[in-house]
Design a protein. Structure first.
Length: 135
């Protein structure tokens, strides 16, 4: 049985796959841009109509970048038998939602979505191994 754990945030996804006691660790980098709000001192108004247009354009571009990022991850784990998603913030929930909307077979294999802090690569491997109770 192939068990997979994904530690995911907006920048990268660490994928741990354990198949018959053999571990495989890989990382998928996202290409999601980080939005930098602009507004300088000396401005009476910090935002205006142009900023709203820029924000909505950025949000739409970010949405498409998330879709591509999640597609890359889904393709990397498509043959797993059991999946657990972990990580900080809301990226794990976003990934789970994307699986439920566009990747029904993978979504059925999700056992849990767990919020965790930042972890080293070895901590991610140990966490996944412990979650599936594998030695």
């Amino acid at each position: 049985m192939k068990h997979t754990g994904i530690w995911i945030d907006k920048d990268k996804a660490h994928i741990v796959t354990i198949d018959n006691g053999k571990e495989n660790f890989s990382t998928i980098q996202s290409e999601i841009e980080h939005f930098k709000a602009k507004g300088g001192s000396g401005q009476r108004f910090k935002s205006g109509p142009q900023d709203v247009i820029k924000d909505s354009t950025f949000l739409e571009r970010e949405k498409q970048q998330f879709k591509q990022y999640f597609k890359n991850i889904a393709n990397a784990i498509k043959d797993t038998d059991a999946l657990v998603i972990l990580g900080p913030a809301l990226t794990g929930q976003k990934f789970k939602k994307e699986l439920s909307e566009g990747y029904k077979k993978l979504d059925a294999k999700v056992k849990d979505v767990v919020k965790t802090d930042s972890m080293t690569n070895n901590q991610v491997i140990a966490w996944v191994r412990d979650y599936f109770k594998l030695n």
